[in-house]
Design a protein around this ligand. Sequence first.
Ligand code: SF4
Length: 375
Amino acid sequence: MKYVTEFRDKEVAEGVILEINKVVAEIKKNPRIKLPIRLMEICGGQTHSILQYGIHSALPKEVEFVHGPGCPVCVTPIETINLALELAKQPNVIFTSFGDMLRVPGSDENMFEAKAKGADIRWVYAPSEAVEIAKQNPDKEVVFFAIGFETTTWPITEALCIAERDSVKNFSILPTMVRVPPALEVILSDPECIIDGILAAGHVCTIMGTEEYEPLVEKYNVPIVVTGFQPIDILTGVLLALLQIEEGRSDVENAYGWVANSAGSTVAKSLINKFFKIVDRKWRGIGLIPNSGFGLRDEYLKYDAEIKWKNIHARKEPEPNKYCGLVLTGKIKPTECPFYKKECSQEHPIGALMVSSEGACAAYFLYNKDTGESK
Ligand code: SF4
């Protein structure tokens, strides 16, 4: 097991940057390769590391990061936020959520504001905490706002296991979990796609395995390097992606091998498969993506808050602007949104990307205050 400081070592980082510069020098001699090289990091955690540690500034100007859709708070559409708020305001309901979600604006208010008006909304760090709250409050209905990618879907199964084992009948989830590969397919199949390589999220692959990305590499001929979140992880991912581009290869490579492997976690995957089936899911700024979400299997619908409160419907409204979707799909940088740092700030967010701890706009706002630029 490695310690985190080893992945932030300045000398090691400088060595990898030197190698990156050598590969870029070779790439520049090759007229077949168009510059700049654009690498999309999928996960918002990677985006924050890139901005926080200035990795974008340390790379040669021929290499550019494009920020991907890997922030579960950011991709949850406004109608789902509205539905969550409606559920939270039902009498006798304790609504639980990860903290990031509480500041995301719905059409009229966010959850902090609803809480201030009397809704019983509680911040939890793990889904299993919501089950404990349900056990302690048997006369209440406890709902957990189940957002997340594959990585978080697995601890949600832990909460369901506890609820099933202990016959907790007053616990349910609002399932909004999403899957990375179908969203990547949407981005890669776009005729205007400008991405030359992908840094996939290591923690997702720890659960699902790297093999999920093989069909995408074959179909779209784009290198995918599974990458971690610390500076050395990300720089290594960049180096491996650039080497593939220089050599004209497109493979799935694993730069996070100390945690992720090809098959993923069989235990986690079997629990996900026990409780959930693959369903279509709507993404903020992208729309409905086939097979891009997890929904409860028929035998577990008793834990589905949408079934328990089937008369409550999401207030359907168009997204407040197109720019959040353009940032989520890597088509623009946060600084290219006309609302960035004007109408949209951390104090007064318009979109989830500005308040989520993994949001790209939040990363720019927090770490790039002075220049407002990505380079
Ligand atoms: S600055 Fe605000 S409105 Fe613009 S893309 Fe970011 S979150 Fe959305």
